[in-house]
Design a protein. Sequence first.
Length: 331
Amino acid sequence: MRTNKVISLSQFIADQQNKFPDANGDLSKIFRDIKFAAKIVNRDVRKAGLVDILGAFGTVNVQGEDVKKLDIIANEEFKSSLTLGGDCCAIISEEEENIHHIETTLNKDSKYIIAIDPLDGSSNIDVNASIGTIFSVYKRKSPIGGPVTMDDVLQKGVNQVAAGYIIYGSSTMLVFTTGQGVNAFTLDSSIGDFCLSHPNIKIPTDGNIYSVNEGNYDQFEQSTKNYIDYCRNSMDKKPYSARYIGSMVADFHRNLLKGGIFIYPSTKDSPNGKLRLMFESNPMAFITEQAGGIATTGDTRILELEPTEIHQRNPVIMGSSNMVRKAVSFR
Ligand code: AHM
Ligand code: MG
């Protein structure tokens, strides 16, 4: 018999599923597979300084960036867990150029597609700062059983069935939404399970933290520079605090809990910014909106962007609604 009120992730998802008589449990199984891989990756991240898994792996990813060993390990772990689970039909990963089709007999009825950034913020691995995994779940559009098409994969963010992230920080947390608010679960390593620690998270409507790589200031559009100047010198309230780790999950997570704005804008060299729509912007935008915040490119709601390629990028302004509205007003 349960003697306290600890709610595990599995229990929470089962309870949510029971509210939908038509749910067949596939989404719960996907969470089971993500949770399993997250625990493995968590173990590897926690011993990163102890074993020989630090440092550049000597290859570059499809976007021409250094790949660390842990990126590869995390990618393999999530793919393997989701493939063996048999409850999704395809995966797209920030670490891979093309669709990873899952063709096992187990998944012949699978309707779900996963988009995953297995280890975001990987430049922080070597310096023991927080990193994370970001994921989205979509339903395929084409009939179950046939080949997954590009049209199935390139769906707008509004079509996400679920999205979440795992932050490997001072503790390990899994934060997610299925469109019914945002809940966070903290890994209790003594029992090996994620337990509900932050129910129904709402991002404060205002905050005093702005997160942007100000080292790129000279590269920004004038409207972005003007907003940053406002944050530095605001006369109508105490100046904001700048907080930027360079690890989106960590910067986002702090702002989600404390209130703040996260910006990765267009620059002269990268007019679409750096962050990827399918792997970073859409899942974080879904969580932001579900927590009561706003996520925009500055011109367009991120969840309404039409994807045209797996690895496309877009400018990002997301966080506390009043702060995002203020930032957009400078455009
Ligand atoms: P990655 O997917 O290669 O790790 O890059 C994404 C990361 C984000 O976590 C973070 O917000 C951003 O890159 C930081 O970029 P920059 O160093 O240009 O500020
Ligand atoms: Mg990334």
